[in-house]
Design a protein around this ligand. Structure first.
Ligand code: TYD
Length: 160
């Protein structure tokens, strides 16, 4: 007699559920940095995980922007940023594929927090303006989405 034994292997392996939070322009916000006003000159500062809501992996800055030039014009898959107008003034437009919001930066004690997955453009740079940016990931060309139609599709499909 042939005894047939059916063995069911039950694993208790966890299948990770990857949840992606889809960022919108409502997640962009101005962070007010500390400021010490002093007759000798003012001082402001920013600390990671405190005023800056992420670990700072990179710092970059934009300067000597000729009149009428724009910067940005892309989205990041992962990189979060805080942008500060250390000197002068400029506008940052953020776009989530549905809505857009424009922020005018002109004080060195305001940082603009831009989460990942948003299209951003920087424009209307005043003479001698100086934009300081903190980033949450190291530079990688692969982190950029530079094609607006691709950005819209990724956004629509809930991929960024
Ligand atoms: P990019 O981010 O496109 O500038 P913006 O958004 O201000 O218009 O960067 C311009 C160039 O600089 C790009 O070719 C890559 C290089 N780059 C780095 O090598 N490392 C960096 O951390 C950044 C921000 C840019």
């Amino acid at each position: 007699m042939l005894l047939q034994v059916n063995i069911r292997i039950i694993t208790n392996k966890c299948i990770p559920i990857v949840k992606i939070k889809i960022m919108t322009v409502e997640d962009v916000r101005i962070i007010e940095l500390p400021k010490f006003l002093d007759a000798r000159g003012n001082l402001s500062f920013a600390e990671q995980h405190n005023h800056i809501p992420f670990e700072i992996k990179r710092t970059y800055w934009i300067y000597d922007v000729p009149g009428g030039e724009d910067r940005g014009g892309h989205a990041f898959r992962e990189n979060q940023e805080v942008v500060i107008a250390l000197s002068g003034a400029f506008d940052v437009e953020v776009d989530d594929g549905v809505n857009k919001k424009r922020f005018s930066l002109n004080r060195s004690y305001y940082g603009l927090y831009i989460p990942k997955g948003l299209w951003r453009t920087m424009e209307n740079f005043s003479t001698n303006s100086f934009a300081l940016e903190f980033g949450s990931v190291e530079y990688s060309a692969d982190d950029y989405i530079r094609d607006y139609d691709e950005f819209l599709k990724l956004k629509k499909d809930g991929k960024i």
